[in-house]
Design a protein around this ligand. Structure first.
Ligand code: GAP
Length: 516
């Protein structure tokens, strides 16, 4: 049985082999934590973006979209707090010369205690069977009690240090916990330092000089600086939202886990502007809506959980993550933040412009509060691929690699396969292809035996394979093979378009989302 780590490595190799994700500038051996999406990857990514965009702007009359530039006036980042506070605490190991995030080293240590506790619990569960009482066991077993006490004490100390950004204390925790560098195995650590994650470059080439500009580390600020433009020109009434999809850049210290933590990535963010005092109601609303959005894809409800933040970002008064169970544990895919009126107030202060909304119902002006939903396209992509990938053991000892992608998101919806290359089958198949291609992303394939062609489509997650055989020429029917069940059924060509449409149309997903 392959470990989760092995499965993840296989998934990364699969992504490359089947045109989903390539290392950036691959012929030059890649660029750390930067990736390119291939011919299948880009289709999947576009479908994810379409699902998100329409769930926001199509299903909500009070949400509109924008597409702001990546470069923004540098004062934006002063006002937002990113110049001063968008830092990670970093630490170097003098022997391996490797750089780490101090907070990640400590969080990994906390996870180790959790692992120990879980191991003991699982051992006991097996020993006691049905009569096992987990809570009682945790309260009474001396070894587990000790692990829990150590874990909780470390967690408390860490939270306090992070909230105060006490760099000396972070280092002291690493020393006290005897955390070693995974490469050198030593505890020869430097002091902890702050590291700003924003990339900068220079704009202009005039004699007067150049201006330092940043590559945006989040898309959100493009929305805030356009609040008045959109509110006025769109005659928007609070509560309303502005959605945006776009690239963001962070000079991450530790780039790990494939496309999970990248230096160039894409975000889908929506800022929802509400009356002051109503933010908690909307925070709850968006938490629930966003979870439903994820679950509607059918990847498995048990794979999601909320994780409330203990250390709040400099702008937030409440925050939670939607985490997804990846092969390397539950990990953040989306953040939902109550950002107060911090951003709009800051931009008002730094720009000298009045950024307020006149509420005709209350007959008063105020700076709206903001609920943000922020999801990484690449992390969403990764979570879908992780859930979809299977090496399936078949009867007779064969193994097939299949991607059980949600049919609505699959890069190719239907493959058109003439059984043989003669007897007029390719011509008939082309005829069907030429009709279906106006509606669905379809792929024509006549090379190799039919079984091999099915496997190729399974590997990229194509939900339906349509086979054109000799009966097709006489009775006007084709065989449709289902990717997941491998069952085949006979369908009239005239029914084909409807049959596929019912199963891959995103409208069904939207209806499901709004019906709950
Ligand atoms: N505007 C709020 C904001 O940017 P965040 O929690 O820093 O919040 C939101 O980021 C989402 O963006 C995350 O949940 C994650 O999906 C994605 N994300 C953040 N950093 C990333 C990175 N280095 N690589 C890939 N995705 C990232």
């Amino acid at each position: 049985m392959a470990t989760q780590d092995e499965i993840f490595k296989k998934l990364i190799a699969h992504c490359k082999e089947y045109g989903f994700v390539f290392p950036s500038s691959d012929i030059y051996d890649g660029l750390s934590a930067v990736y390119d999406y291939g011919q299948n990857g880009v289709e999947l990514k576009n479908n994810i973006k379409q699902y998100w965009w329409n769930s926001m702007t199509l299903l909500h009359e009070n949400i509109v979209g924008i597409d702001a530039a990546i470069f923004m006036h540098p004062t934006t980042w002063k006002a937002s707090g990113h110049v001063d506070a968008f830092n990670d605490p970093l630490i170097d190991n003098r022997d391996s010369k490797k750089r780490y995030r101090a907070d990640v080293l400590i969080e990994d240590q906390i996870a180790k205690y959790d692992e120990k506790i879980n191991k003991e619990v699982e051992k006991a569960r097996k020993r006691f069977g049905d009569s096992f009482d987990e809570e009682m066991f945790k309260q009474t077993n001396a070894r587990v009690k000790e692990h829990i006490e150590k874990r909780d004490a470390l967690h408390e100390r860490y939270s306090v240090a992070m909230n105060a950004m006490d760099l000396n204390e972070l280092k002291q925790i690493i020393l006290d916990e005897e955390i070693v560098c995974p490469i050198s195995g030593t505890r020869n650590w430097t002091d902890v330092r702050q590291f700003n994650l924003m990339f900068s470059t220079e704009m202009g080439s005039t004699a007067d000089g150049t201006m330092k500009v940043y590559l945006r580390p989040e898309t959100a600020q493009g929305i805030f600086v356009n609040f008045l433009n959109v509110q006025k020109t769109g005659r928007m009434k609070v509560p309303f939202g502005i959605a945006q999809i776009g690239k963001a850049f962070r000079n991450e210290i530790v780039a790990r886990q494939f496309i999970f933590r990248m230096r160039e990535f894409e975000q889908m963010e929506m800022q929802f502007f509400v009356r002051p005092g109503e933010e908690m109601k909307w925070f709850e609303h968006w938490k629930q809506f966003r979870l439903r959005w994820h679950k509607a894809l059918g990847l498995g409800d048990h794979k999601y959980r909320f994780h409330d933040h203990e250390k709040l970002a400099h702008y937030a008064n409440a925050a939670t993550d939607i985490e997804f169970e990846m092969p390397f544990g539950f990990k953040e895919v989306e953040g939902i933040h109550s950002r107060t009126n911090f951003d709009l107030s800051q931009h008002a202060k730094y720009s000298g412009k009045k950024i307020e909304y006149f509420d005709p119902e209350l007959n008063q002006s105020y700076t709206p509060y903001v609920i943000e939903t922020s999801i990484g396209v690449d992390r969403m992509f990764l979570s879908i691929m992780c859930a979809a990938y299977e090496e399936q053991q078949l009867e007779g000892g064969d193994v097939r690699t299949v991607l059980h992608l949600p049919a609505v998101l699959a890069p190719v919806k239907v493959a058109i396969l003439p059984l043989t290359k003669k007897d007029g089958l390719p011509e008939k198949a082309r005829e069907i292809m030429n009709e279906l291609k106006f509606k669905f992303k379809a792929q024509y394939d006549e090379k190799d035996a039919i079984g091999k062609r099915y496997r190729r489509q399974d590997a990229i997650g194509t939900p339906f394979c349509v086979t054109i055989d000799h009966d097709t020429l006489t009775d006007g029917t084709v065989t449709v093979r289902d990717r997941d069940t491998m069952q085949q059924e006979r369908i009239a060509i005239a029914e084909l378009s409807n049959y596929i449409d019912q199963r891959v149309n995103m409208q069904n997903l939207y209806r499901k989302l709004m019906a709950e």
